[in-house]
Design a protein around this ligand. Structure first.
Ligand code: HEM
Length: 134
């Protein structure tokens, strides 16, 4: 399979966030977090992010988990919706193999974000924190 191009990444990101901004569940979260005139900044970051993920260009230097921890109103149930829109966009724009590759990466990253955001080991079990009082 030939690698995705930077122009294709731009097309995917633009088309995806156009859908996000029309989605009744996701749009309010994004509109709260990103001022209208800051969208170009967000999109540019996302070009860098997907370029780093798909082409290992290292252009994205950020901390997605830390950023999402501060996104007001972000709920676990929203991930399925985000992923479905992302997958649909990739399938509209790209041949099946490339679309599948974007889908796999997005699902893997979403999984790790969800673990970081929502996984809380039950309290009251073994307390094996080094040095904690008995
Ligand atoms: C429920 C699903 C999600 C929601 C509602 C969401 C929402 C947001 C919002 C509102 C921002 C902008 C935050 C800000 O600038 O203050 C953001 C940034 C970002 N999102 Fe998500 N996101 C979701 C899932 C994902 C997934 C699955 C990925 C990756 C596959 C992702 C990648 C990113 C990246 C890379 C940024 C930029 C972080 C930075 O500023 O360095 N997001 N997201």
């Amino acid at each position: 399979m030939s690698a995705v191009t930077e122009n294709e990444i731009v097309a995917l990101v633009d088309a995806f966030y156009a859908k996000v901004r029309r989605d009744e569940v996701l749009a309010p979260v994004f509109e709260r977090a990103i001022a209208p005139d800051s969208w170009p900044v967000h999109l540019a970051k996302m070009y860098d992010f997907w370029s780093s993920v798909m082409l290992t260009t290292g252009r994205y230097k950020g901390n997605p988990l830390g950023v999402h921890m501060r996104v007001a109103g972000l709920e676990a149930s929203m991930f399925a919706r985000w992923l479905a829109l992302f997958r649909a966009t990739a399938e509209e724009l790209f041949p099946p193999e490339l679309a599948a590759s974007f889908r796999e990466k997005s699902e893997r990253i979403a999984e790790s974000l969800q673990l970081g955001l929502f996984y809380r080991p039950a309290l009251g079990g073994l307390n094996i924190v080094p040095g904690s009082p008995r």
